[in-house]
Design a protein around this ligand. Structure first.
Ligand code: IMP
Ligand code: MG
Length: 193
């Protein structure tokens, strides 16, 4: 039966990955958070049509779940901003690798990223979006990392799924050197991985 094949396959992946990565946020908590975020977002945008600027590749999984909880007119535009060369676990200088193909003038814009860390990625994209006189701009991240080592970051995130401590995390779209995005939960990358 197709159902059995899917079940066995899914279970196997989960087991293999969970031997390596300690869980921090289980799948069911993420599901609940995504639902709550979607209601809050719809409330704030008063059910108007929105453009989602999805920062790739990390927000891919999050956005795909989020939009299925939001029965609005939604357009999605990818943006690629990179700041993590290869095996780095602290963001470096970030830059656009792919600009959003959209004119946000008079539009309602929601920027979505997987995680807010130093804040440089969000600052860069917000500056770009504001140049086009949007009607409303809001920002949403699944995770917001504590960074006590940094001088105060700009407080420019409107919707947050979870506040987490300063650890390098992977799964549910987040990667380390391109891997672990397919992990269905968020886990902590072991030191020295
Ligand atoms: P920021 O510009 O320092 O805020 O970094 C944000 C970007 O860095 C996110 O879009 C992620 O791609 C990446 N990032 C930051 N922290 C982590 C992490 O713990 N795991 C994986 N990617 C991260
Ligand atoms: Mg990113």
């Amino acid at each position: 039966m197709i159902h059995d094949i899917c079940y066995d396959y899914g279970g196997d992946i989960d087991e293999r990955l969970s031997n390596v990565i300690d869980p921090l946020i289980p799948e069911c908590f993420i599901k609940d958070a995504v639902k709550t975020l979607s209601y809050t977002i719809m409330d704030v945008f008063e059910e108007k049509d929105i453009i989602i600027l999805s920062i790739l590749t990390g927000s891919w999984v999050f956005v795909s779940d989020l939009i299925r909880e939001m029965p609005l007119g939604i357009r999605i535009e990818p943006v690629i901003i990179s700041s993590y060369p290869d095996k780095a676990i602290r963001s470096q200088e970030c830059k656009f690798r792919f600009y959003p193909n959209v004119n946000s003038s008079n539009r309602n814009v929601l920027i979505v990223d997987d995680i807010y860390d130093s804040g440089k990625t969000m600052d860069l994209l917000l500056d770009f979006v504001y140049e086009n006189n949007p009607a409303m701009v809001k920002t949403c991240v699944l995770l917001k990392k504590e960074r006590p080592d940094l001088p105060k970051r700009k407080d420019n995130i409107n919707f947050v799924g979870f506040d987490i401590r300063d650890e390098f995390v992977v799964g549910y779209g987040l990667d380390y050197n391109g891997l672990y995005r397919n992990l269905p939960y968020i886990g902590i990358l072991p030191k020295g991985a």
